[in-house]
Write a protein that binds this ligand. Structure first.
Ligand code: HPA
Ligand code: ZN
Length: 324
């Protein structure tokens, strides 16, 4: 299954570009833009990454994004991820970004799109990665802010394939975002949402029924609800599972206790991704290697995960067939 370099060719469908900001680049950008950090030692900064839950991560993740100021910064961030992803075997990447964080930092959308799209073009041409952007709404800012963000992004629609929903889950259910997801659908955008990461199965039900999502990000708590498992299986809804993220944010006590095997046994279309690899100790190859080892997955099971990732990608069937 692995190719000569020992990597699994795959699609990565759940990665936040802001979560790929390694501490070395964080320090370089802080110096470039005169932004204050708690330390300028990349290792010391990484030492601060000890999380107890999603919010404890989000607090540091959002604070670090103050270093992103210019189009060149977003380009450097995007290209660094794509370079690492190519080495990890990624052939297709559907990349989340959080424009509301950058707008709040005073950075215009044109700067964010300009830098990221330039990096994606470069990745396509020089790294052999097909890549597109998915705009995520921050659920803690609510539905009206999400609508305003979608409206502001309309001039950049040709640089987007979809919308997503991320940030603090519990207390911010999908039902708050019905209107903005309906509008995104009317604009021809794909729809995904984080659900069932910390929130219960009811959040996954809502994401499916109220937002019409085509994939569920995380969705690990779906295993608590047999009826939901049936719905996910019958509607063939893929789930983008990020095992090292779930361990780091204590969504699961240990990797051994992760519900991945139960999800596979339930016949779900499971894919593996890295989420925020600069914070959670590994890129997609590390996540794949970790689950292969922990659950003694067979070569056929690893091949199935790879096939699932391309099957679940937002690509025309003819293009998927090139990878599967
Ligand atoms: N969950 C929710 N929001 C996020 C995450 C995540 O894992 N990463 C970046 N924003
Ligand atoms: Zn995520």
């Amino acid at each position: 299954m692995t190719n000569r370099q020992g990597v699994w060719p795959t699609a990565e469908l759940h990665v936040h570009i802001e979560g790929t900001l390694e501490t070395e680049l964080l320090v370089a950008l802080a110096r470039r833009n005169n932004v204050e950090l708690p330390s300028y030692d990349p290792d010391a900064l990484r030492e601060l990454y000890r999380f107890t839950d999603l919010q404890s991560f989000l607090d540091i993740y959002y604070a670090n994004l103050a270093v992103l100021r210019t189009e060149a910064d977003f380009y450097d961030l995007g290209l660094a991820y794509l370079t690492r992803a190519a080495a990890a075997g990624v052939r297709r990447a559907e990349i989340f970004f959080d424009p509301q964080t950058h707008l709040a930092n005073g950075i215009p959308l044109a700067v964010v799109f300009g830098g990221l799209t330039r990096a994606l073009n470069e990745g396509r041409e020089n790294l052999g990665i097909s890549a597109d952007l998915i705009l995520c709404f921050l659920r803690h800012l609510g539905g009206a802010e999400a609508l305003a963000t979608l409206d502001a992004a309309i001039p950049y629609l040709d640089q987007l394939i979809g919308v997503g929903l991320d940030s603090a889950e519990v207390g911010f259910p999908p039902s708050l975002f019905t209107e903005v997801f309906a509008k995104a659908a009317a604009l021809g955008l794909h729809r995904v949402a984080h659900a069932g990461e910390e929130g219960g199965p009811d959040y996954v039900h809502e994401a499916l029924d109220l937002l019409g999502v085509e994939r569920v990000d995380h969705g690990i708590r779906s295993v608590e609800d047999d009826h939901l498992l049936e719905v996910l299986r019958e509607r063939r809804i893929p789930l983008t599972v990020c095992p090292l993220s779930n361990v780091c944010l204590q969504a699961t006590p240990t990797l051994a206790a992760h519900p991945l095997p139960a999800m596979l046994d339930a016949g779900l279309i499971v894919t593996i991704s890295s989420d925020d690899p600069a914070y959670f100790g590994g890129y997609i190859d590390d996540n794949l290697a970790a689950v292969q080892q922990e659950f003694a997955l067979s070569p056929e099971q690893m091949a199935q995960l790879a096939r699932n990732s391309f099957q679940a990608a937002f690509l025309p069937d003819a293009e998927k067939r090139r990878y599967i």
